[in-house]
Design a protein around this ligand. Structure first.
Ligand SMILES: Cc1ncc(COP(=O)(O)O)c(C=O)c1O
Length: 373
């Protein structure tokens, strides 16, 4: 991204397929509610677990959208999904505890586990399992030092999902082994050709001892800079999470929380739905364009706004390829080394977080570009 900005400052035209956040604005009702909160002086620390109205609104989201009863007591409002991941891991992972995660995967998780003095154990995943963990992989790699498993469905960087049955099987497997599952559903509302789902709707997974379910306003509601997220926390972990939240953050940002209450309204859901359709159309154009340009997309990404494309048909070194695409074609993408150790040199992540005409132009540039020998 830095290199793409530098090229732009030097006067070059760059198509941005590297950005990991929605290009849409925050829905108006959210902006208005937050602005009013600021004008009314509701800008002080709040309860460390979040304002009651927002915790109730999030509980209502699960009831309305998925027909499940998630008590507001178990909803913890956080400083983004990042804050939720940090609190959940810090409340559970002790020194030398191993935590399993998919490789490739969201890079911050590895670092947060290390911050808790745990040991991240990346399990290589590929197209055969939709770039996701399976209950079998988890069982194979479980050891007496394993504390838990982090999953993201849809995933960053692959945009692929864990099928609901498999997700429930993993959660059950982990539970039976006395471990903890951390399920990141930050892209859960941005899914295509299917309806949104939550692991909490799987039979038996709402009881105590269930996964930590992490979510955020960042991607669904285009609120990355507001720093607002949440998690559904098992009852047994609430005291530790509350103590950690008080110490690490005091509270999530107050204006953002008042804005967040206005997100769960039919008006805003209509905006989200429109955007979901726009993302699906962009995905189709990008995937077809990448395939026509010599990239491999063995699994159609079903969510988020990423395509994790095989790039070794064009260049065996994805870092070099990213540089060349930027310099020679004016297209910015992210090299696989940002996401783990499993074949990073053979992959690039492309995002469809820019307008359709930009994506079409990016595809035109990629198709016209041919690697020089
Ligand atoms: C899978 C995943 N989890 C969590 C986050 C962090 O999001 P937030 O802005 O809510 O902290 C991101 C951000 O890109 C992500 O891709």
């Amino acid at each position: 991204m830095e290199a793409a900005w530098a090229a732009e400052r030097a006067g070059r035209s760059i198509v941005h397929l590297e950005v990991g956040e929605p290009d849409f604005p925050t829905p108006v009702p959210v902006v208005e509610a937050a602005t009013k909160a600021i004008a009314d002086g509701r800008v002080r620390y709040t309860s460390s677990l979040g304002i009651p109205e927002l915790r109730e609104a999030i509980s209502g989201y699960y009831a309305e959208r998925f027909g499940i009863d998630v008590p507001a007591r178990r909803v913890v409002v956080t400083t983004g999904a990042s804050g939720a991941l940090l609190l959940a891991l810090a409340a559970t992972v002790d020194r030398d505890d191993a935590v399993l995660l998919a490789d490739p995967g969201y890079p911050c998780n590895r670092n947060l586990i290390r911050l808790c003095e745990g040991v991240p154990v990346g399990l290589p995943v590929g197209a055969d399992t939709d770039y996701q963990l399976t209950a079998g992989l988890v069982a194979d790699r479980w050891s007496e030092r394993t504390r838990g498993v982090v999953l993201a469905s849809p995933s960053n960087p692959t945009g692929t999902l864990v099928a609901p049955k498999e997700l429930a099987a993993i959660a059950t497997e982990v539970d039976q082994r006395g471990g903890v599952c951390f399920v990141d559903e930050i892209y859960g509302e941005l899914v295509y050709d299917r309806e949104p789902a939550t692991v909490l709707a799987s039979p038996g997974l709402l009881d105590d001892g269930t996964p930590f379910v992490i979510n955020s306003f960042s991607k669904t509601f285009a609120m990355t800079g507001w720093r607002l997220g949440w998690m559904v926390c098992p009852d047994w972990a609430l005291p530790a999470v509350q103590a950690l939240a008080q110490n690490a953050f005091i509270s999530p940002p107050a204006p953002a929380q008042y804005g967040g209450v206005a997100a769960f309204t039919p008006e805003v859901w209509a905006v989200v739905e429109e955007r979901r359709r726009a993302f699906a159309a962009r995905r189709d154009v990008l995937v077809q364009g990448l395939q026509a340009s010599g990239f491999g997309v063995p699994v159609l990404p079903q969510g988020a706004f990423y395509v994790y494309a095989r790039s070794d048909g064009l260049d065996a070194d994805s870092m070099r390829l990213a540089r060349r695409l930027l310099d020679e074609a004016g297209v910015a993408a992210v090299p696989g080394c940002d996401f783990g150790d499993h074949e990073p040199e053979a992959h690039l992540r492309f995002s469809y977080t820019t307008a359709l005409d930009q994506i079409t132009e990016g595809v035109r540039r990629l198709t016209a570009w041919r690697p020089s020998a």
